[in-house]
Design a binder for this molecule. Structure first.
Ligand SMILES: NC(=O)c1ccc[n+]([C@@H]2O[C@H](COP(=O)([O-])OP(=O)(O)OC[C@H]3O[C@@H](n4cnc5c(N)ncnc54)[C@H](O)[C@@H]3O)[C@@H](O)[C@H]2O)c1
Length: 322
């Protein structure tokens, strides 16, 4: 991890799973953090800094954010706050545009007013849609196939356009974030494979596998799982590389793919429970394989993931709710 001179950071979405990990890592490294969150999916007990309850898309949010930025002498913003459920975004696209785009617009306007010119943005592998290559790199075409992914790509564009007033930004395109760094900050929403499976096992229910007939080695979908602590460290590195106006994008993944069956086999090993699997049909919009090329971030920051699937599954299991 790069050594970073003291920074004053505003974290949006500091009560969330990833925001709270990054927040704690920054605080433990001696930096100052202030959080804003509307607690729509976040948990107040995760916040370890001064915080404000604020819905970013509200009409008064821009002026409130500008005051917070000024009052705390903020020099850098890390923007996590967003709605992130693909299915919900298809059902309620207007909610996603209002929240993810409207919220970002207010944030950027407040930053411009307050003269805050450094930003790290939580983007997503969802910007790539259904890639046909073995590994996606940052030059791969962006073609999001749902409103959630679209809001992330539009967000990257909005941030890039802010170079006209001097904004220097990095958008990190996260792949499948999982695992736990501190057990009190665990991912409590059962929305992704590992937390869903843990929740099912805890209730003695079978774990669903959506499709076992993909053109992959074992027939199930392959994803790139990245430990939340590796991801958190990438944010610290990103801040120290914010220099020139513009928005630079980086994949954050391990470069290794794991299939659904491999993840579940690891979970059986860690839990000691031989749970049942329920093979269901494919879900619409699931690419067979989504794996990052992680060379750019490694070459630019010297960042490399430390943890693999075993640590990801073990830390997620150990921090499960009893
Ligand atoms: N978890 C993943 O695998 C993953 C992958 C790619 C990208 N991301 C992105 O990373 C970011 C953080 O994700 P997470 O997994 O920690 O989710 P999370 O739901 O745990 O955290 C989001 C936080 O933002 C807050 N929030 C949401 N909308 C808000 C709004 N309009 N105003 C103020 N606060 C708001 C929520 O209350 C919550 O505390 C999101 O932008 C998400 O799209 C996550």
């Amino acid at each position: 991890m790069t050594t970073l001179e003291g920074v004053n950071v505003l974290i949006t979405g500091g009560a969330g799973y990833i925001g709270s990990h990054v927040s704690r890592l920054l605080i433990e490294s001696g930096h100052s953090v202030v959080s804003v969150d509307d607690f729509s999916t976040g948990l107040a007990e995760r916040i370890g800094s001064e915080s404000y309850e604020l819905k970013l898309e509200n009409p008064d949010a821009e002026s409130k954010l500008a005051s917070i930025l000024n009052e705390h002498g903020i020099d850098t913003v890390i923007h996590f706050a967003a709605r992130k459920q693909v299915g919900e975004s298809v059902e309620k696209p207007e909610l996603y545009y209002k929240s993810n785009i409207g919220g970002l617009l207010n944030l950027l306007s407040a930053m411009k007013t307050a003269g805050v010119k450094k930003m790290v943005f939580s983007s997503s592998a969802a910007v790539y849609g259904m890639p046909s290559v073995e590994q996606v790199d940052e030059q791969s075409p962006t073609n999001p196939i749902n409103p959630y992914g679209q809001t992330k790509l539009i967000g990257e564009w909005m941030i890039d356009n802010a170079k006209t007033w001097g904004l220097s930004a990095i958008s990190l395109r996260y792949f499948n974030v999982a695992g736990t760094g501190w057990s009190d900050l665990a991912d409590k929403q059962a929305l992704n494979l590992i937390p869903i499976a843990i929740s099912k096992i805890s209730h003695g229910e079978p774990v669903d596998v959506f499709g076992d007939d993909y053109q992959t080695e074992d027939g199930s979908c392959i994803r790139d799982y990245i430990h939340v602590m590796d991801l958190a460290k990438a944010h610290i590195d990103a801040i120290s590389h914010l220099k020139n106006p513009g928005n630079e994008v980086f994949n954050v993944g391990t470069g290794e793919g794991s299939s659904v069956f491999e993840v579940l086999a690891e979970l059986k090993k860690v839990s000691g429970i031989d749970f049942e699997m329920n093979i269901d049909s494919r879900r619409a919009g699931d690419p067979p394989k989504l794996v990052a090329s992680a060379s750019k971030i490694q070459d630019s920051f010297g960042w490399k993931s430390e943890f693999g699937l075993a640590e990801i599954v073990a830390t997620a299991w150990e921090s499960r709710e009893s």
